[in-house]
Write a protein that binds this ligand. Structure first.
Ligand code: BG6
Length: 357
């Protein structure tokens, strides 16, 4: 060790031995608390998995297991070998596998499964705000909340069941701190032979159902299913989104508050810079050609009005992983949805894979 280094070690402020012990003791207590909080969280997760299995498991079709970080997730399995996985945290679909085992969805390498932030990947649900907001976190609190399971089924045909699970989220102290409205949201995910169906509903309950909580009043919201789709290489000319020509779009990479949207003149390609485009009043179907001779078709069969296409390019700290996905998002953002008391708004997305070569 050089004398300069020795001098700097010696120059450290001295801590009185008693104080050091106190600090160490506090650290040890905090560490013990951390450990017992982790143990408690893990016991709670196990109980949620057990309870969900007891109430909603359907052998061979619907099962609940501990996923990444021990978080509870639902696994839907189709007789044809396909499967889908949905975390109760955020009601986030993180996987949709074809019978071949290929996953259509993409989970980012920086995704964490400890509830410190939404799951970054799969198909996070954005509600009651899409994008940044003064009232709450980006894309709303739904993807940051624990949803509960309320039903499952494997109807309609026992010989060809379509496994399905439904989740519910209601207002809580946490949500009302940001958005002071009573609401009930449900989200149903169904694995069909050829497709994945996601139905999202929001209900504004009547005051009489919530004694003393609130008065009948409308609320407004925006929403989206923020689907990450895996692609071969986003920089390839064979990777593009089709179905948006002639639609007005807001280029958020340039100005999210633009007044006069541009008109889409061709397929949407990626690779040169951030792509963050909100296409307004779109047709039901947008096809993402993923560069393998297949396209993932995102069909907004009900409710959704708009389509967002996002590829971050190098704006995230995820190395080259930005080349592995493109988001095609079913959205209701061009006009806020206004929902009166007693009314329900429903939107449905159906995804399927098509050969394009
Ligand atoms: O990192 P987040 O919060 O999941 O958001 C990712 C992106 O989501 C897209 O839907 C938005 O259009 C982008 O502006 C945003 O950056």
């Amino acid at each position: 060790m050089s004398s300069a280094a020795l001098a700097s070690v010696g120059a450290r402020p001295r801590v009185a031995p008693g104080r050091r012990v106190a600090v160490d003791a506090r650290r040890a207590t905090a560490a013990r608390r951390g450990v017992s909080a982790t143990v408690r969280a893990s016991a709670l997760n196990d109980r949620i998995v057990d309870d969900a299995n007891a109430a909603f498991a359907i052998p061979g079709s619907v099962e609940f297991v501990a996923g990444e970080g021990g978080l509870p997730k639902c696994v839907l399995t189709h007789k044809n070998g396909g499967s889908a996985e949905v975390y109760l945290f955020g009601a986030c679909v993180t996987s949709w596998c074809q019978p071949s085992g290929d996953d259509v969805l993409y989970v980012r390498p920086d995704a964490v499964f400890d509830k410190s932030k939404p799951i970054s990947g799969g198909a996070p649900l954005c509600f009651p705000r899409f994008g940044p907001s003064d009232e709450m976190q980006q894309h709303g609190f739904a993807r940051n909340s624990d949803w509960t399971v309320i039903s499952s089924s494997a109807d309609p045909n026992p010989d060809d069941p379509e496994p399905s699970v439904m989740f519910k989220l209601r207002d809580s102290e946490y949500t009302r701190e940001m958005w002071d409205h009573a609401f009930e949201a449900t989200y149903e995910v169904t694995l069909r032979r050829e497709s994945l169906r996601m139905e999202f509903s929001v209900r504004n309950p009547l005051a009489e159902e919530r004694k003393g909580r609130h008065e009948d009043a409308p609320f407004d919201f925006t929403a989206a299913i923020h689907t990450y789709i895996e692609v071969a290489d986003a920089t390839s000319p064979n990777v593009f989104a089709r179905g948006l020509i002639g639609k007005n779009y807001i280029d958020k990479a340039i100005d999210p508050n633009v007044v006069h949207p541009e008109i889409c003149a061709g397929d949407v390609v990626f690779g040169t810079s951030l792509c963050d485009k909100v296409f307004l009043k779109t047709e039901p179907e947008t096809d993402l050609h993923v560069g393998t001779g297949a396209a993932v078709c995102v069909e907004n069969t009900r409710g959704w009005t708009d389509t967002v296409v996002w590829n971050p390019h190098e704006t995230l700290n995820i190395g080259d992983a930005w080349k592995k996905f493109v988001c095609v998002e079913s959205a209701a953002v061009s006009e806020k949805i206004v929902l009166d008391s007693g009314k329900v708004w429903t939107a449905e997305t159906n995804m399927f894979v098509a050969d394009v070569d």
